[in-house]
Design a protein around this ligand. Structure first.
Ligand code: SF4
Length: 354
């Protein structure tokens, strides 16, 4: 029997807003669906924040091009390969290369060469995810050919009106949708995600966002609470957002709702939820998530990939990070799945269907 009528968005809204015992029931129901469809294994994706250079100027983002207080960096090729070797030898199985958005040929070629080198270095064993923003279909195809298998491009909100309020002119909601389609056409496992608790965002919109991810038929999701950053235009509206506790509860409930309506996708337990509460990542893993991303960005650069206030994992060493991540996974009642690319079951089912 289903926990609730999954087509009933009004009911979903009441669960999104639930607290206390009601929220516990929702997360327990999601946990049971998770165990039945993806089990208690958690995939590890080493995260490398490759560069904070970005041509875009999103109003919520600390590394937006208009923020002149940021020291810009790009991690050297040797350092990326060293971190990738560490990840492979530590059994992380997969890696995420994330960066601000650039579309110039030098950047495209650097990524292409890096992906190819990481594939060669790992004997093709490392599953490579890219999160490098909007690109032309030819670029997505080049990086896929070089060996990348997954791509994460967050929509942030499914409301075109809200999207417009969060971005300056020249940032197009339709362009983002087109990119998500191109990624699917290129054969990637496609991921997207949303922010929860934004200024001007209603809880009804959050419910719509969760259903949008299902309708987009994504293979994986990286989402989390909105956390304000003082060097962004949205800082001005920090008094108009839900409290930290509300953003935390809504986020965990949104994760649970998503697991209930999309049982076989990969869902990441993101650093943003851990930044709101010390137990955030454990709770997300228990209720719904099955992916976690240890940060392997070189220490000299981590402080500069400062997307929002109070971001965690800025000071940990690689080994600390691995131990810490393993502790989080076990405290959530789950098991780390080493030496696995952690591909999305939904993608396999979709691929066979197509
Ligand atoms: S959210 Fe992404 S695209 Fe927008 S400014 Fe930040 S890094 Fe650039």
């Amino acid at each position: 029997m289903e926990f609730f009528d999954l087509k009933d968005k009004k009911e979903a809204l009441s669960w999104l807003l639930s607290t206390g015992e009601e929220a516990r029931k929702l997360r327990q129901a999601a946990h049971e669906v998770k165990m039945a469809h993806v089990g208690n294994k958690v995939y590890l994706r080493a995260l490398i924040e490759y560069s904070n250079v970005c041509r875009k100027n999103c109003y919520y983002c600390g590394i937006r091009s208009g923020n002149s207080a940021v020291r810009r960096y790009t991690v050297g090729k040797d350092e990326v390969l060293r971190a990738a070797r560490f990840a492979h030898q530590a059994g992380f199985g997969s890696l995420v290369l994330q960066s601000g958005e650039r579309q110039d040929e030098a950047f495209i070629r650097d990524i292409e060469e890096l992906v190819d080198a990481m594939m060669q270095q790992s004997g093709g064993e490392l599953g490579i995810t890219l999160s490098l923003g909007e690109q032309k279909p030819e670029t997505y195809a080049r990086w896929k050919k070089a060996g990348a298998i997954r791509y994460l491009l967050r929509i942030e909100t499914s409301s075109p009106g809200l999207y417009t309020r969060l971005h300056p002119a020249g940032h197009s909601f339709q362009a983002r949708l087109d990119c998500l389609k191109s990624l699917r056409d290129a054969g990637y496992q496609v991921g997207s995600g949303i922010m929860i608790g934004l200024p001007f965002q209603s809880p009804e919109q959050v419910v719509e966002d969760v259903y949008f991810l299902k309708e987009m038929d994504v293979d994986m999701v990286g989402m989390g609470p909105y956390i304000e950053h003082p060097q962004t235009p949205l800082w001005e509206y920090r008094d108009r957002i839900p409290s930290k506790q509300e953003r935390y509860d809504w986020s965990l409930n949104a994760w649970a709702l998503l697991r209930l309506i999309a049982p076989d996708i990969n869902i990441a337990s993101t650093t943003a939820i851990g930044s709101l509460s010390p137990k955030g990542r454990e709770e997300a893993l228990y209720a719904a998530a099955n992916v976690i991303m240890p940060n392997l960005t070189p220490f000299s650069c981590r402080k500069e990939y400062f997307l929002y206030e109070h971001k965690i994992c800025i000071e940990e060493s690689h080994e600390d990070s691995r131990e810490n991540i393993e502790r989080i996974i076990r405290e959530a009642g789950c098991e780390p799945e080493y030496f696995s690319q952690g591909n999305s079951r939904h993608f396999h089912a979709r691929f066979q269907g197509e």
